[in-house]
Design a protein around this ligand. Sequence first.
Ligand code: ADP
Ligand code: MG
Length: 248
Amino acid sequence: MSSNTDFLLAVEDLTVSFDGFKAVDGLTFYVDENEIRVIIGPNGAGKTTVLDLICGRTKASSGSIKYRDRELTDMREHQIVHAGVGRKFQNPSIYEDLTVFENLEISFPRGRTVFGALAFKRDAEVIDRVEEVAESIFLADQLNRRAELLSHGQKQWLEIGMLLIQEPELLMLDEPVAGMSVAERIKTAELLNRIASNRSMLVIEHDMKFVEDIAHKVTVLHQGKKLSEGSMEAVQADPKVIEVYLGH
Ligand code: ADP
Ligand code: MG
């Protein structure tokens, strides 16, 4: 039996098996309010599956995921989004043929469908919010550009913006700086540190310099299990972690 917690997110004894193979195996971890938690681990460790379980894309075989003391394993994907959990996938899912402005506007919570969002009046509130988010994702001067013309890094920022406009209290990002230039990685770290002031984040990342720049705490996954957890320094010095990384 899991009990109520003070954590924003409490994952306890979480397990999922695919045809008998346990991709996530008895995983327990807790994320605080305003915390940036980074999950690292070798390929196939189960990192993406953890995010799939939290956002309701994959059903847990057993265990519990509590978000603000609400059990997420019983909820549907859209209910989980509505509860305040936003998730960015590895590849940006933006509308290539729409402008930056329109992509953000569509994501504003009042617009239910693409059609409805485009048809409703662009009142001052929406415009203000779109401009505010565009500023924070370094795209204030790109508002009228078609999304397909953005760089890969700018597309990643746009998708983060599309999540931010919905004001999630838990934001989950799967390898957000993959394929970015060094300059873009530095700006992304700055962005995530800035937006963590009023939300928590769960980030999967391989780039250790980037992890160092953002992580409050690191959880290391290996074969679906938690191998180590703590500060970046503590985790990097853990012999179990060194062994797994040298072994790959
Ligand atoms: P990571 O993100 O750490 O690289 P994943 O979570 O994507 O790892 O995958 C963990 C393991 O689970 C891998 O061996 C993968 O092949 C397997 N896996 C993930 N999703 C499924 C699925 N839907 N069906 C079967 N196996 C899966
Ligand atoms: Mg993955």
